[in-house]
Design a protein around this ligand. Structure first.
Ligand code: GAL
Length: 693
């Protein structure tokens, strides 16, 4: 019953036009980045024909081409782009066009240097790279609006153009924030709007501490570690993180509205970065039609904890989590950039495992993506990304190893479409494991502002739970508390530090109605302002979790604490909530050393028709967390599967999809009579299978 309601909810979330843009029977479309401005026009036709021949269905163009679109102020040149679009159309390729706001032309930066961002040391950025524009500069926004208007006038109702990407990986990369006068002005305006009076700000920011008190909004600067011998005010930092994310979302909103002025029949997205902490995609939920992201799984990270081949395969958890994060925002998601081979920007840039690129594309398919676009078609001969692989080698025609894998994936998609069945019903056993994974950007920011222990890593904490869920073959939606959780049998809300009373009440109501809620270390210690309530530690959730939580402990260096559950020992190092269960509460795990040996580390109890489990210890590898989630799923009748962690299996549109990110062969959990359409029953590391039953 729950699962059926769930499916209906998801369908309702999809925008009406989505079925035209992304016909359900196509399931997932595969395409590639192409930069016509970087190649002689005489080569475009051959390139487009080869893109088509390799099985690509769309091309993505124009994202960094401002200097070619507007070579001088007010002189717009879109004829070349029009010819490139026509060549794409002649080859039956759909087109994604982009707004070029990540690369302002030199004339603009020289004439108006204040459109450039200022870094934390007060240095204004220069022309000659990218992402240097300052979104807070009204003048910059104005210039962006003008070029976007020209693009929209020319292509906004052009049937050859399928959709739009705004900007590129909205961010200032490692410079992180702009500290320009314009950004300072916007921050003050944001604060004024939020607090109305300076007294309210003083109260919320706790400025009685260290005599920080302000008498006017105009006295406030952006909190900047470089300007403070001591730490800047944590509440100011939290508000600045919120402001920055709002400012980014506002920049996207402005561009989306500009593009929609002259058409509105094409879909609009931006390409968010994977796990990026400063830009919050949920803030753009109403402004964009599709939620896409960029992914370069192999760039020199060793990932030793995931196996000896993980450095060639990437992190299964991060990749899968990102799909599960983007998809539920409005039901339309995809990978806008996916690595085609070696990249150039890691400290070390290894060759991905043969098969891995095909596997990543199949993972996107299994996770419900509507499109996968590879970055990029041709390996550049010059410029900042010379060592970056493309679908074709430096000769411009020979498919690279990754290019061959994309070709294979494109062929596989055609084959899978032949087996598409409209309205395929999600298998009941799988549906029973639907889990809402609730994240909160405020909590993530605030924990990072005052971590309390350098051993804590919020994303790593999330991944311990997420990885465990996927090893049970649970379909997961990563959502916020704004989402309707009522149809999910399970809700996991890790490290939800900044909880309002309303959030706590929602958790209670969810469990009372029959849901199984899992809360973890660092939950509800603070209110949404980042204040400790005037109670005992986390006391607002004591009755919800069925235990008092009077204290927590942290261990320095690499000292390891011990905890036991079911006679098995586990180790922790970063965070330990010490729990005191109330009558009727079951203790799931107990500390085995330190002066609080014998005290509870994890508890569970019934609440109404459901249950609440609190796991207060963050173990080194997440092994205890996995055991406790498995126990919960089993007791709730959700029959968890037992997949090796990082061997992912999901269901989509009637197809089972398995991707092996582990370093050993894995057997797909297919029934004996199943028809394996892609891959084999035994999957080597870095390979995928798709089957129907
Ligand atoms: C991405 C970026 C692309 C390209 C790519 C190279 O992060 O969005 O424009 O630079 O990296 O791997």
């Amino acid at each position: 019953m729950r699962a059926r309601i769930f499916a209906v909810t998801l369908l309702l979330a999809v925008p009406a036009a989505a079925a035209d843009w992304f016909p359900p029977k196509d399931m997932m479309t595969v395409g590639v980045y192409y930069y016509p401005e970087a190649w002689p026009e005489s080569q475009w036709a051959g390139d487009m024909a080869n893109i088509k021949k390799m099985g690509m269905e769309f091309v993505h163009m124009g994202e960094f081409a401002w200097a070619y679109m507007e070579p001088e102020e007010g002189r717009y040149r879109l004829d070349w782009l029009d010819r490139a679009v026509q060549l794409a159309a002649d080859n039956g390729l759909k087109v994604i066009l982009c707004t070029p706001s990540a690369t302002p032309p030199v004339w603009l930066s020289r004439r108006h240097p204040d459109i450039l961002m200022v870094d934390a040391l007060g240095r204004r950025m220069d022309h000659g790279g990218r992402q240097q524009g300052d979104w807070s500069s009204p003048l910059y926004r104005d210039y962006v609006k003008r070029i976007d208007t020209q693009l929209a006038m020319k292509f906004g109702s052009d049937p050859r153009v399928w959709g739009w990407q705004i900007d590129n990986e909205l961010s200032h990369y490692e410079k992180q924030y702009s500290y320009s006068p314009a950004a300072t002005g916007s921050f003050r305006a944001w604060l004024r709007q939020k607090y109305r009076t300076i007294d309210r700000l003083n109260a919320d920011w706790g400025t009685s501490f260290w005599s920080m008190r302000y008498s006017s909004f105009d006295e406030i600067d952006i909190p900047n570690q470089n300007n403070h011998p001591g730490l800047p005010n944590p509440h100011a930092q939290l508000d600045f993180a919120r402001f920055f994310a709002d400012e980014g979302a506002g920049f996207l909103r402005m561009q989306a509205a500009t593009l929609r002025q002259f058409g509105g029949q094409q879909w609009i997205t931006t390409n968010f970065m994977a796990m990026h902490e400063d830009i919050d995609p949920m803030r753009s939920a109403k402004d964009l039609d599709a939620f896409t992201w960029t992914h370069y799984p192999v760039h020199g990270e060793v990932l030793a904890e995931y196996g000896p081949l993980a450095f060639r395969l990437g992190s299964a958890a991060i990749q899968s989590f990102m799909h599960d994060f983007m998809r539920p925002i409005n039901g339309i998601s995809g990978l806008m950039e996916l690595q085609p081979g070696q990249v150039n920007w890691g400290a070390v840039n290894p060759w991905p495992q043969p098969g891995a690129i095909h596997m990543w594309i199949m993972r996107a398919f299994g996770a419900g993506a509507r499109l996968v676009c590879t970055y990029r078609y041709r390996q550049p001969l010059v410029g900042n990304e010379q060592y970056h692989k493309g679908l074709v080698e430096t000769d411009g025609v020979t498919p690279s190893p990754g290019g061959l894998e994309y070709e294979q994936a494109a062929r596989d998609m055609l084959k899978l479409r032949e087996h598409y069945q409209a309205g395929a019903k999600e298998p009941a056993a799988y549906a029973k494991r639907h889990t809402a994974f609730v994240i909160d950007f405020d909590s993530r920011w605030d924990i990072d502002i005052h971590k309390q222990t350098t051993r804590w890593d919020t994303v790593n904490h999330w991944m311990k739970y997420y990885r465990a869920l996927k090893s049970m073959m649970a379909p997961v939606d990563v959502v916020t508390m704004a989402h309707d959780l009522s149809a999910y049998p399970f809700v996991v809300a890790p490290a939800y530090q900044l909880a309002s009373d309303e959030t706590i009440a929602k958790w209670k109501a969810y469990a009372e109605a029959g849901g199984h809620l899992v809360l973890t270390s660092r939950t509800a210690e603070m209110d949404t302002r980042g204040h400790f309530p005037e109670t005992l530690w986390a006391e607002r959730i004591w009755s919800l979790i069925g235990a008092k939580l009077p204290k927590y402990d942290l261990l320095p260096g690499d000292i390891k604490g011990r905890v036991t559950s079911g006679g098995v020992g586990y180790q922790w190092g970063s965070w330990a909530d010490i729990l005191e269960p109330q009558p009727g509460t079951t203790v799931l795990a107990t500390y085995a050393d330190q002066f609080y040996a014998g005290k509870a580390a994890a508890v569970t109890h019934k609440v109404g028709k459901g249950s609440v489990t609190y796991i207060g210890v963050d173990t080194l590898t997440g092994d205890l967390e996995a055991v406790l989630l498995r126990r919960l799923f089993t007791e709730a009748g959700a029959a968890p599967a037992s997949l090796k962690p990082d061997f992912l299996v999901d269901w989509r549109d009637g197809f089972w999809v398995a991707t092996n990110f582990t370093s050993t062969p894995q057997t797909i959990p297919a029934r004996p009579g199943a028809q394996v359409l892609v891959g084999t029953r035994t999957l080597p590391p870095g390979s995928a299978a798709v089957w129907i039953e």
